[in-house]
Design a protein around this ligand. Structure first.
Ligand code: PEP
Ligand code: MG
Length: 910
């Protein structure tokens, strides 16, 4: 391992070694502290020990660290002494230090912090005299011993009651005095606490609390390095993909105090509103307090700005007189300090060209900035801040597009839970965040009952072990869907996303008992009709009715989308099966339909009867009879789609799923069917049995259906083309694209193409009019990708069905992968769920190969993707690089894909 010769970087008024660009070496906090100093902002001076030293600690231990940085740390302390005009370890006016961790990526609360370092029995007296505040000095001392005892000396609870051993002692002292637990302690009590704390450490740890400041400092530095490897930090790193090798830096900084009286205080502020994005400086502070008091939330903080204070008072129903008297803003209370803070925040925001989250302390009328970082914000704030900063000339178009995380647009598209109510709600289970949104309703277990309940004016959550196409109507009327099984591309998940409906799938802890009409988690059980709330963005399942808020689409959102459209090359279409979906898609900016799954139309109303009749017919004549009933219905559907998409392409896929999905599997419904078809139950049973397949996803489906039953292809082609001609007659511009699913050989394609072309010729002859249409195929079997050049000679377009292509390439089924994928992901077997984000190296290679082969034989071939990956930002980036013409995704993901496509174009300039 090579280590830079410099390991310690000072920052202060006289000199600053680091800057904001050195995050890797100094951690985010250290780099920003240095940058603030460079900007001339008052920051308590200090020094940062680099992240490389953390690696030395991990690899070689503390002696090696000591040897490496001893001299540099001593020089660092001397620098701080010089800046502050105080001496470390001095007993009359001691310099006190804070020691904090700071990694490259923010890891809030994961590692340790020590404050007031440098105090001992002598120094505390000096501090008391100097501050002219004995209580403050002893309170600082007891806080220090408490933190040091916990973090550095490792004093741990011995039992559950002993949750925080020092707090237990504090409560004991209060009880002994006979005062309430929230009473503030006086100096004598604090002195007693110091003695007791030291005794506790001696007794439990077997060592004395160190009075030597240097011993305290080294102990703290090593403890911070050690905390890089504590369990909390490890788990956090795992969850957030932070490499262990990064290490943490250690920031040693002069202490400043916000608790030195009425002209001291501490607070947190944001340069813009983190929840709405409004360009309004805002924040909270407490007079005579330490940072931890603000976080603890015991006292009501006051607002930094007058405007914020007025808004707060309105919400809290506090009169203007009371506000001024009891909760004045910093702007009113300390106008000069406020002006300094305002200047600092303006300077910082301009400098970083992003919304900042700052921490500050006022010590006896002097303002110190303790931290600045890019502020976390909601999706709505992300959009507004990006667009406003663009208009304000702070960032350019490309940067504005990059400032918004496409996934976060979800928050703007679906209803959300009331943020206050959600905090009080009880989570009873957790599943996959399959389709975003917030839904609340009464539990029902059957799709038909969902419909019935909704007809009666109730709102329902459909709870199923898993869903199937039969449940479609029930799903469409439910507010949300919860399934116990199934992954991100399970039926429920895909359909729900398509509908823009909230869905939590694969909540493994939920057990559904259809017979008893109950669901249970562990030993608790809930009945049909009880209230449940689902958060489809987090996968949380809440008990009871949590109020929701409708999503608001602001003008900035529209402007961001227009901006994205100007930068992207990839087209964005939607997967839509009904005119209603098509309308939503168009509103969200889809430039066409990339996939209409025609089978979804087969479940509507009475159609399912005709479909079953067709499936159960003994011969072609019987099938044709049933298909004739379906023809006008399908034609009507397609007319609706063409009408909605006037002028835009509509890709219609021929029947794809295995037929057994359409027939009832329970005897009750088989009986109904037998009655309707006037057939004996046994015949129905036999036919259903005939349709059984061991692996239906790899069975009789896709073009295999159309090849064995060409009359189905005939009917569907006729319905598409007649619908097109009908709409054309009404002045609608029809752009029909007929797509053959699951092709694996050229002969399969040709066989279906022959039926389609012959049917087209017949329809055109009957009508005496033609309709332009394109004939293409899905590329969704690995073989199709491998022979894409041969297929490309016949097909006018390819649409990659990456759902099937993934399952067939990986060799696991999208419906069963839920059993092992979660643990695979946890173990790092795959970085991401390959059904969610395309496996670029494997499945992606097939896509690239097919693109190249397709273009080699037909340069202008139209290439798109209609698998779920079309709405995943990382996959969109890949499809851009692979040279596709468009992606197609659920209507509610269209804005996400538009933005992701723009980011891909910016990141990969031609
Ligand atoms: C696919 O396989 O990617 C696809 C879009 O088709 P389906 O999900 O309907 O199989
Ligand atoms: Mg498919």
């Amino acid at each position: 391992m090579t280590t830079a010769s410099k390991n310690v970087y000072v920052f202060g008024a006289a000199r600053t070694d680091g800057d904001a660009k050195m995050k890797n070496l100094l951690g985010g906090k250290g780099a920003n502290l240095a940058e603030m100093c460079r900007l001339g902002i008052a920051v308590p001076p200090g020094f940062t020990i680099s992240t490389e030293v953390c690696t030395v600690y991990t690899d070689q231990g503390q002696d090696a660290v000591l040897k490496l940085i001893d001299a540099e740390v001593r020089a660092g302390v001397a620098f701080v002494e010089q800046e502050m005009g105080k001496k470390f370890g001095d007993s009359s006016d001691p310099l006190l230090l804070s020691v904090r961790s700071g990694s490259r990526a923010s890891m809030p609360g994961m590692m340790d912090t020590i404050l007031n370092l440098g105090l001992n029995d002598e120094a505390v007296e000096g501090l008391a005299r100097k501050a002219n505040n004995e209580r403050f000095a002893w309170d600082s001392y007891r806080r220090f011993i408490q933190m040091y005892g916990d973090v550095v000396m490792g004093l741990k609870p011995v039992s559950k009651e002993d949750h925080d051993p020092f707090e237990v002692v504090i409560d004991m002292v209060k009880e002994k005095k006979g005062v309430q637990l929230d009473t503030e302690l006086d100096t004598a009590d604090l002195k007693e606490l110091v003695t007791r704390f030291k005794g506790l450490i001696r007794a439990r740890v077997g060592r004395e609390f160190p009075s030597d400041p240097w011993e305290q400092l080294w102990g703290s530095v090593m403890a911070v390095f050690q905390s890089w490897n504590n369990d909390r930090a490890k788990v956090y790193r795992e969850l957030n993909d932070i490499p262990e090798s990064w290490g943490t830096a250690v920031n040693v900084q002069a202490m400043v105090f916000g608790n030195l009286g009425e002209n001291s205080g501490t607070g947190v502020a944001f340069t813009r509103d983190a929840s709405t994005g409004e360009d309004l400086f805002n924040g909270e502070f407490l007079i005579n307090a330490q940072g931890e008091d603000v976080v603890a939330g015991i006292r009501t903080p006051q607002q930094v700005t007058l405007e914020g204070s007025r808004r707060w008072a309105q919400l809290a129903m506090v009169s203007e007189d009371e506000r001024r008297a009891r909760f004045p803003s910093l702007e009113e209370l300390m106008p000069e300090i406020y002006q300094q803070l305002l200047q600092a925040e303006t300077k910082l925001e301009r400098h970083y060209a992003d919304m900042q989250d700052v921490e500050f302390t006022i010590q006896e009328g002097r303002l110190w900035m303790l931290q600045t970082r890019n502020g976390k914000r909601t999706g709505a704030a992300m959009v507004r801040i990006a667009m406003e900063m663009l208009r304000q000339g702070i960032i350019d178009e490309k940067e504005a597009l990059h400032r918004v995380n496409p996934e976060r647009l979800n928050e703007l598209l679906h209803p959300v839970f009331d943020p206050v109510a959600i905090r009080k709600a009880r989570v009873i289970a957790h599943g996959l965040p399959a389709s975003p949104g917030a839904a609340t309703g009464q539990i029902v277990f059957f799709a038909d009952e969902a419909e019935e309940w909704v007809r009666k004016g109730r709102t329902v959550i459909l709870v199923r072990q898993e869903t199937s196409p039969e449940d479609l109507r029930g799903m469409s009327v439910a507010k949300g869907i919860l399934t116990a099984r199934g992954g991100m591309t399970s039926h429920a998940a895909v359909v729900a996303r398509g509908m823009g409906k909230c869905c939590v799938s694969g909540a493994g802890a939920v057990h559904v008992d259809y017979h008893a009409r109950t669901m249970s988690v562990g030993s608790e059980t809930w009945k049909e009709g009880e209230w449940l709330s689902l958060d489809g963005s987090t996968g949380d399942v809440f008990l009871g009715q949590v109020p929701t808020k409708e999503a608001e689409l602001t003008g900035d959102f529209g402007a961001l989308m227009e901006l994205a459209d100007r930068h992207r090359r990839l087209g964005v279409r939607a997967n839509a099966d009904t005119p209603e979906d098509a309308k939503v898609a168009r509103n969200f900016g889809a430039k066409g339909i990339g996939l209409c799954r025609t089978e979804h139309m087969f479940f509507e109303g009475d159609r399912i009867k005709a479909v079953r009749e067709m499936i159960l017919a003994d011969d072609e004549t019987g099938r044709r009879k049933a298909l004739a009933k379906l023809l006008p219905m399908q034609r009507g559907d397609f007319e609706g789609l063409f009408r909605e998409m006037n002028g835009l392409a509509v890709t219609i896929r021929l029947l794809d799923p295995p037929l057994h999905e359409f027939v009832p599997h329970d005897e009750e419904n088989q009986r109904v069917m037998a009655h309707e078809m006037n057939l004996p139950l046994a015949v129905i049973k036999m036919r259903v049995e005939d349709l059984h397949e061991f692996n239906p996803m790899m069975g009789h489906r896709g073009c295999r259906l159309g090849i064995t039953y060409p009359e189905i292809t005939e009917m569907q082609t006729r319905a598409i083309l007649e619908a097109g001609l009908n709409m054309k007659a009404k002045g609608i511009e029809v752009k029909a694209e007929i797509m053959i699913p699951l092709v694996g050989t050229v002969r399969e394609f040709n066989a279906q193409a022959k039926v389609i072309r012959a049917t087209a010729a017949a329809v055109f002859a009957e009508r005496g009019e033609k309709l332009d249409y394109m004939l293409g195929t899905m590329i969704e079997t690995p073989r199709a990708a491998l022979i894409a050049d041969s297929i490309g000679q016949q097909a006018e377009f390819f649409s990659f069905g990456t759902n099937d292509l993934t399952q067939m390439t990986m060799g696991f089924s999208r419906d069963d992968a839920g059993k092992f994928l979660p643990s695979y992901l946890k173990d790092g077997m795959y970085e991401r769920d390959p059904f969610q984000s395309i496996d670029q190296k494997g499945v992606g290679l097939l896509v690239r190969m097919a693109v190249e082969k397709g273009r080699s034989v037909r340069p202008g071939i139209k290439l798109g993707v209609c698998g779920e990956h079309g709405g995943d930002p990382a996959s969109v980036d890949f499809f851009h690089r692979a040279g596709l013409d468009y992606v197609s995704c659920s209507p509610f993901r269209v804005p996400i894909a538009r933005l992701a496509a723009a980011q891909a174009a910016i990141d990969n300039p031609a």
